[in-house]
Design a protein around this ligand. Structure first.
Ligand code: A3P
Length: 298
């Protein structure tokens, strides 16, 4: 792994502004909009595996699992570079995008895009995609702290305002409901494994096995146990390749850590009773008939 590239991606990430723009009606960071043509025309390969998610759904956790599955549990190799290098994020910036293009196969890639904005080449190549979804109440709380500490994102303001923005979908990468439902519908037409954060918390080994099978691998119980251990919250929180401690130009870890709580139900310490009622009513309306269900607590 070329340290100069790592340095360039780190340096460039900090140059970003926190302005917002829009792509086909979906609110996006302006910097993503500026590079949109290049992102949308990204050329996928048959043997790529893409992880997709709404922000704060457990993407980094899944990235580490996927990397360790490819490496057949080789922890030392998994320490070769930070997660945003091992699994290039197509919306992160020019260098990351360029780097994604030259990464040798088999590539792991990441997007936060809603399904309708995924570069068409991924559908043409029939690339395998793992979508990670998390219950929206914990997602809002996690996203709120994330926007507070991510210097390249708009300041979230007070939680009450942020809550309202989440409900209307006025957030980077758009409306949570549209995102999870859009991907849920797409899974019947494409090679998409739809994984829930709550299931990963409930039984990580079971979910790691599902991911392994989807990725076409067959690993021993011992290797799977090692992957489970290495990707536990406790280990990842201390692991510099996973905890984003190497991106100080972007993340102010004194405001909030990236690996913050890692649990289901943290929203209960943040939602007012009235917000919870408002949320439940909107959730019922939006999710009705979708066939998709989230667990807000375990
Ligand atoms: P919290 O802010 O609720 O703690 P993403 O990678 O999509 O940005 O998601 C980040 C969220 O996933 C954070 O949630 C983070 O703590 C949680 N997370 C990351 N790794 C995890 C792990 N190994 N176990 C449980 N949660 C994890």
């Amino acid at each position: 792994m070329d340290p100069a590239i790592i340095e360039k991606i780190i340096q460039e990430s900090g140059e970003y502004t926190s302005d917002m723009g829009e792509i086909d009606g979906v609110p996006m960071l302006q910097d993503t909009c500026n590079e949109w043509d290049e992102i949308y025309n990204f050329q996928a390969r048959e043997d790529d595996i893409l992880v997709a998610s709404y922000p704060k759904s457990g993407t980094t956790w899944m990235q580490e699992i996927m990397d360790l599955i490819v490496l057949e549990g080789d922890v030392q190799k998994s320490m070769r570079a930070p997660c945003f290098i091992k699994v290039p994020f197509l919306e992160l910036g020019k260098t990351s995008l360029k780097y994604a293009k030259v990464t040798p196969s088999p590539r792991l890639l990441k997007v936060h895009l809603p399904v309708q904005l995924v570069p068409p080449s991924f559908w043409k190549k029939n690339t395998k995609i793992i979508y990670v979804a998390r219950n929206p109440k914990d997602c809002i709380v996690s996203y709120y702290y994330f926007q507070k500490m991510d210097k390249t994102m708009p300041d979230p303001g007070p939680f009450t305002d942020y809550f309202s923005s989440f409900m209307t979908g006025n957030m980077p990468w758009g409306n949570w409901f549209d995102h999870v439902i859009g991907w849920w519908k797409a899974k019947d037409q494409h090679q998409i494994l739809y994984v829930f954060y709550e299931d990963m918390i409930e039984d990580p080994l079971r979910e790691i096995k599902k991911v392994m099978t989807f990725m076409g691998k067959d690993l021993s119980e011992e290797v799977l146990q090692r992957i489970k251990h290495q990707t536990s919250f406790k280990i990842m929180k201390e692991n510099p390749v996973a905890n984003y401690s190497n991106l100080p130009s972007v993340f102010d870890l004194s405001v909030s850590t990236f690996m913050r709580k890692g649990k289901v139900g943290d929203w209960k310490d943040h939602f007012l009773v009235s917000q919870n009622e408002q949320f439940d009513a909107e959730y019922k309306k939006r999710m009705e008939g979708s066939g998709l269900q989230f667990r807000m607590e375990l």
